[in-house]
Write a protein that binds this ligand. Sequence first.
Ligand code: C5P
Length: 231
Amino acid sequence: MSSAVVIPAAGLGLRLGGETPKAFREVGGDSLLVHAVRGLKAASAADLVCFVVAVPPGSEETVGKELAPYVGDARLIVVAGGAERADSVRAALDVLPVDGIDCILVHDAARAFVPADVIERVVAAVRAGAGAVVPVVPVTDTIKVVGPGGEVVDTPDRSTLVAVQTPQGFAPDVLRRAHAAGADAGVTDDAMMCERMGITVRTVEGSPDAFKVTRPQDLLLAEALLAERRL
Ligand code: C5P
């Protein structure tokens, strides 16, 4: 069987600053989106046969031409994203062909440097029967819950906390049902939609390299990581 990937890349990246939408910011001469697609292709065990990318409306054609050289034999579909991340994922899912697909990955373009072994672990867990799978890393900060006035109301036990990355992997029917339910309020990832439907979400080991480019200093980290990989 084969897998497909949905890449939400339609965000403006306001926290990153600059004129260019985040997925099109360059690191080492290539856009974050190109790095992300290249990384996914490198995960050969995932057997990705289709890439669906959601981009800022109006940029579909340009992005299609930019990405075509990187997807190899896989099919590439570029669609206009929506107002929220969940809308962009849904727009991509709407056009994703499902025949012969046993796993759908959802991967943020902003996590452009995820190593192949993380992607392959996610796909393997879905193929082993999990409906929803997320890569995770331990939390290094102490996390507090704060009340409306900013006062601390709780300190969860750090040993039970993890930070969640992408790609997240899903059995195709599970992801489609989660998005069809449309329970998006307050949702920050696709796994959360599955949790709301009572589906067990499994975890696999993520990687510090799968960090999300969010703030300007993340671009410096990305440059350094790339320079090290190119040594
Ligand atoms: O803003 P944030 O970093 O959480 O976005 C995560 C991913 O979702 C990014 O790759 C971004 O381009 C994408 N996104 C999207 N459509 C939106 C908002 C974010 O595709 N409306």
